[in-house]
Design a protein. Structure first.
Length: 260
């Protein structure tokens, strides 16, 4: 399950060559996080696919097509996500707009009846799924309070330092303001490339409450392209699947346009 652990934009950035040397050597934890952030696309990216919730045995419960636009080309990142009723039905159920101004993230949701709600928590689940808006905003990449776990702590907690056969630096970032149900985010950064490979959300007791990983990858035009992500909450009998049908940017195009 964890052999393909990675995150959406990190997967989009995997076209960068992998290096043998340690790209994190001599860097502070904060500098490692800034470097990981710099690996992400610096252009407008459009992603379409489906958000699916299913029971652990694979029985599908709901499927909601989505259209996600990410823009990290300016100084402050932004994202817009539309959630639709069903495949072939472009009735929009929800629009989310994520912005970051003067270092402060903001999320606004517009319902299908036009009602707009400002100041929504980033840790709010998307629709019926276990995916949250924080997964799409990558807000933790801007958190200033970050530390690197040393070998003693890693050994004592039984934390794996290799993801998808890659040696990683393990960081923990603490939110600058309290977030309900979230005390920290643990991040795995590939030593060879500086890419962010995996994150886990932790509660106040240091327990993993959510995991996000890639289930399927494909390679097109020299880049690793995500095809399906999965999100699990330990102890819960269901899984959230985020499928990727198409990715579009000024310099890259893959997949087929969805009729979402």
């Amino acid at each position: 399950m964890r052999r393909l652990a990675a995150l959406l934009l990190a997967a989009l950035a995997l076209g960068a060559p992998l290096r043998a040397e340690d790209a994190t050597a001599g860097l502070s934890p904060r500098q490692i996080l800034v470097q990981a952030r710099s690996m992400f696309p610096r252009e407008r990216v459009a992603v379409t696919g489906s958000l699916i919730t299913a029971k652990a045995r694979g029985l599908e419960e709901t499927e909601r097509p989505y259209a996600l636009t990410l823009d990290w080309s300016g100084g402050e990142p932004s994202a817009t996500c539309d959630l639709f009723r069903a495949r072939g039905d472009r009735t929009r159920l929800l629009r989310a707009e994520l912005t970051r101004r003067d270092g402060v993230p903001a999320l606004a949701l517009t319902q299908d009846d036009g009602t707009r709600v400002e100041g929504v928590r980033l840790n709010t689940p998307i629709g019926e799924s276990d995916l949250t808006w924080m997964d799409l905003s990558f807000d933790y990449l801007w958190w200033p309070d970050v530390r690197r776990l040393d070998e003693a702590e890693i050994a004592a907690k039984g934390i794996r330092t290799r993801q998808n056969s890659r040696a990683c630096v393990v960081l923990e970032a603490t939110p600058p303001a309290p977030v309900q149900g979230l005390a920290a985010v643990r991040l795995w950064v590939d030593k060879g490339s500086g890419n962010l490979l995996q994150t886990e959300q932790l509660d106040a007791a240091g327990r993993t409450v959510r995991q996000m990983y890639v289930q399927r990858l494909g390679r097109e035009e020299g880049r690793w392209v995500p095809r399906e992500f999965r999100v699990r909450r330990p102890g819960m009998g269901r899984v959230t699947k985020l499928t990727v049908r198409a990715i579009r940017s000024e310099s890259f195009k893959t997949g087929e346009d969805d009729d979402a």
